[in-house]
Design a protein around this ligand. Structure first.
Ligand code: AMP
Length: 268
């Protein structure tokens, strides 16, 4: 990608609550069209038109840019969101998260994880053993930014996702976000389902297991969604972790493998 690179972040709110956000790394030439598309996204959001839109653009220090490989993508087909959440919980346990921590995260995400019962702007940080929430601000959470794909990796990702019928902005952006989260120091796994009422899919991601999608993690029409990053107990240097998630520029120059969907089989 041509240098310099800029971090571009959009945050939109409505009635004082988080509505939409996005983060990219961009070349100078792409910056203007990208800014226009992010403003359009905030004004045409399906949960309503943004009332406040904040755009931040910062030049990235080239010496700081790291490179990475996207996680492998798997899909487990599930009958409904109840089965989807059981499947997600089983995989999170495999990644080392206790059932108490999983239950706490799912209850918070289902009921609106911010203190006022709305969606958070960012993610919860959850101790993977005790289930305690560790993010310094429970309304804001931690917003991951400064990550993107090289042009070649974006092209390859589009072709791979297209072959699975999954080439949409939700999957593309979530894979990139999860790809950064699972490389963060002390993060065992991530759980996500969207706050977009029409998008019922969600995922669990971990460095070992990859990015595991479930077509249903919430009922259709549900506007509450969120993200939980589960942290290994005893390895928590929160300021280092938050700094990595928010500030470290990471460009994915290689994609992972794409696996065909499999039916989830409940453990007997
Ligand atoms: P989305 O997948 O965009 O529908 O977002 C679902 C939820 O994930 C949001 O309500 C936020 O709580 C959280 N989220 C979205 N983007 C980020 C991000 N860049 N970093 C951390 N959390 C995020």
């Amino acid at each position: 990608m041509k240098r310099p690179l800029y971090s571009i972040r959009m945050q939109a709110s409505r009635n004082g609550h988080h509505l939409s956000g996005a983060e990219h790394l961009s070349t100078k030439a792409e910056l203007e069209p990208l800014a226009a598309s992010l403003i359009k996204r905030a004004l045409e959001h399906m949960r309503g038109r943004a009332e406040t839109i904040q755009l931040s653009i910062d030049k990235v220090d080239e010496a700081q840019i790291g490179y990475g490989v996207l996680p492998d993508l798997h899909t487990y087909l599930v009958d409904d969101y109840h089965q989807g959440r059981r499947a997600a919980a089983a995989i999170l346990q495999k990644a080392g998260v206790t059932s108490a921590a999983i239950e706490g995260a799912m209850v918070a995400m289902a009921s609106g994880a911010a203190p006022d019962g709305h969606n958070m702007r960012g993610a919860m940080l959850i101790d993977a053993v005790s289930g305690y929430r560790l993010e310094p601000d429970q309304a804001r959470g931690v917003r991951v930014s400064r990550m993107d794909l090289t042009e070649q990796a974006r092209h390859e990702l589009t072709l791979g996702l297209r072959s699975l019928g999954l080439d949409n902005a939700h999957v593309r952006e979530a894979l990139v976000l999860a790809g950064k989260v699972v490389t963060a120091p002390g993060v065992l796994a991530e759980l996500c389902w969207s706050d977009d009422p029409d998008y019922t899919a969600g995922y669990v991601a971990s460095a070992q297991l990859g990015y595991i999608r479930f077509p249903h993690l919430k009922p259709k029409g549900e506007e509450r969604g969120g993200r939980a990053f589960f942290l290994a107990a005893g390895e928590q240097n929160l300021s280092e972790l938050i700094d990595y998630l928010q500030c470290k520029p990471l460009l994915f120059d290689h994609i992972g493998q794409f696996h065909r969907s499999r039916q989830w089989v409940e453990p007997s």
